[in-house]
Design a protein around this ligand. Sequence first.
Ligand SMILES: [Zn+2]
Length: 264
Amino acid sequence: MPELPEVESFKRYFDKTSLRQKIKRVRLAAPGMLFHSTEKEVLDNLEGNMFTETRRHGKFFFALLKRNGALMLHFGMTGDLVYHKPDKNSPIRFALLIEFANGKNLAFQDTRKLGMIGWVNDVDAFIQRQGYGEDALKISEKEFVASLQKRKTAIKTTIMNQRVVAGVGNEYSDEILFRSSIHPESPANALSDAKLKEIYSHMKSVLKVAVKRRADQKKMSEFFFLENRQAGLKCPEGCKGFTEFKTIGGRSAYFCPGCQKLYT
Ligand SMILES: [Zn+2]
């Protein structure tokens, strides 16, 4: 499931393949994925135009156009980018296909179609309108603590709330809380400022290392819950306990009850 590190690696892939090339034609095969945009807006603004740079905010990706705004992509659960040379004998599946004048295509694929496609006039105004919090890699410790300390929801639900901090999803939230030794059901407002600062620091380090690993396509074996989402496993911290599963705020949570303290 693409969270901040995966979207960052899509951004780097896009930067390496798709900037500063004339866009010849755009085809949209999944109009149901349009988000606050019409098909005409996407096609008219992209065709004949060119991508100049990219931005990422949380799990949103933006490819800025030389003229008029940007293409917005959200990778949902199964989104992917494939830059390729078209082959009539084995056509590639796509939700959105961008055909460049150099003969190469960029396909945005999404088998489950839970992602989003749109054209935005102004990226900052879009982020503000959607009410998203600061990006998880950019948010300051002060801002993080201030936006968490008054919330009564479970800490896992709170750090996954994109309006609080943008970019942390289900899987990374388990890893961050495991490293912080905090039970995912602890209400955010039951945690001291010192504990919130610990979460902040683990959030930064987990995401930073994951960005590096994803970019290099390396295994993430140092991340226990990102690699092993299972209940009944021996805790790697040596507490002699076993991992458990629970649905928290409608999402699957894995944790070690031996290491992760429940604050109330
Ligand atoms: Zn443990």
